[in-house]
Design a protein around this ligand. Structure first.
Ligand code: XIL
Length: 360
């Protein structure tokens, strides 16, 4: 996999290369995941024809045990928070690049792709933007500058960006009334995609959301937006389906329907934040063999469904975390769960082997 995107026409800045070199020096010294694989179980990245990703934090990169599994098993990385505006955007023209640079450097060192998550998200908006003091024009210019600067900095190391995350409301499928919509107008999503495309003619641009599987109105609204983009020539390359699901929900046919809608429009499909809850009913206090098996079956369905997508539209499947003990869902749901591929000891679970079996 090409990680430094050498097809780029624009020269990368010396400052960036300097920072990259520093970050590389601070990073792991192990080999890349493409070297001889003598691990205790087969690595997904070696078995899969499409990229398999994981969301990580820079804390994880500091843990040798995590590092080993991440670089052996996966070939795509998303930052759990490092590439979000709340982390990067400190003021107009002021940026905190450190955490994102660590991730791109680790990925470069280990022959991994980086998926940029995310440029605009109402839940990760710094206070100075949320409470912006200035005209609507100045707000628009600030967003444009942010998108331009972030996309430009990572032109050579980030393959794709989630340009806007979660633009639609849950209930009625209308656009969320975010500060971006209030300040930039109803066409703000299209503007953000255009700003990203202007900054980089080659980077892939994704719309990412949850709930499009189980909320028909939200899916309809998303597809209406995409149809409008395509009719007007607004750039969009793919759709991210977050896929925070459960072992027994939602219906498989509902997942297939939304995937079909993306494929029909010629867009790439990213299962972008996969986790599969096994305790949605708060009925267990430790993983049971039955529920782990049910999680495995669901994982196999997802992978088999994914493999039926035309290869050119398979952007990849990304797990939202490595180990069950670090899953965001434990805080978010406020109850125990075990939604990922690795247990607390970083041992692969039945769902991991289900993923592997489905690649045969
Ligand atoms: C979550 C992270 O996992 C948490 O660590 C953070 O505190 C909040 O964000 N949808 C998204 C992700 O698009 O960015 C969210 O990630 C999970 C839901």
């Amino acid at each position: 996999m090409l990680v430094l995107r050498t097809t780029r026409s624009c020269p990368v800045s010396l400052t960036f290369l300097f920072v990259l070199a520093l970050a590389l020096a601070a990073c792991d010294s192990g080999g890349s995941g493409d070297e001889a694989d003598d691990g205790p179980y087969p690595a997904l990245r070696r078995q899969s024809s499409f990229p398999v990703g994981v969301a990580i934090t820079t804390d994880h990169l500091g843990e040798p045990s995590y590092q080993q599994v991440i670089k052996r098993v996966f070939n795509s990385l998303s930052g759990e928070y490092e590439m979000k505006p709340a982390t990067i955007w400190r003021g107009i023209g002021q940026y905190n690049w450190g955490p994102a640079d660590l991730i791109t450097a680790f990925a470069f060192r280990n022959d991994m792709r980086v998926h940029g998550h995310t440029l605009v998200w109402h839940s990760s908006t710094p206070a100075f933007i949320q409470n912006f003091r200035g005209t609507d024009e100045a707000f628009d210019a600030a967003v444009r500058q942010y998108i331009t600067d972030v996309v430009t900095r990572y032109r050579l190391t980030v393959d794709a960006w989630d340009v806007v995350n979660e633009a639609f409301d849950d209930g009625n499928g209308q656009f969320r009334n975010t500060v971006f919509r209030q300040r930039m107008g109803p066409d703000y999503v299209a503007k953000c995609f255009q700003y990203a495309r202007e900054a980089d003619p080659n980077v892939l641009l994704f719309y990412n959301d949850y709930g499009t599987i189980w909320n028909r109105r939200k899916a309809d609204a998303m597809f209406a937006m995409i149809d409008d983009f395509q009719a007007r020539g607004i750039p969009i390359d793919g759709v991210g389906l977050q896929m925070h699901i459960s072992h027994n929900w939602p219906a498989m046919a509902d997942i297939q329907r939304v995937v079909d809608g993306i494929v029909e429009r010629g867009l790439m499909v990213h299962i972008s934040e996969l986790d599969i809850k096994i305790n949605p009913d708060n009925a267990i206090t430790a993983p049971t063999p039955e529920r782990l098996e049910s999680q495995k079956q669901r994982m196999m369905y997802i992978v088999e469904m994914y493999r039926r997508i035309p290869a050119r539209l398979q952007y990849g499947i990304t797990l939202w975390g490595l180990s069950d003990k670090d899953s965001w869902l434990i805080d978010f749901e406020g109850r125990p769960d075990w939604p990922l591929l690795f247990d607390a000891n970083l041992e692969p679970k039945p769902a991991y082997f289900g993923f592997l079996e489905s690649l045969d």
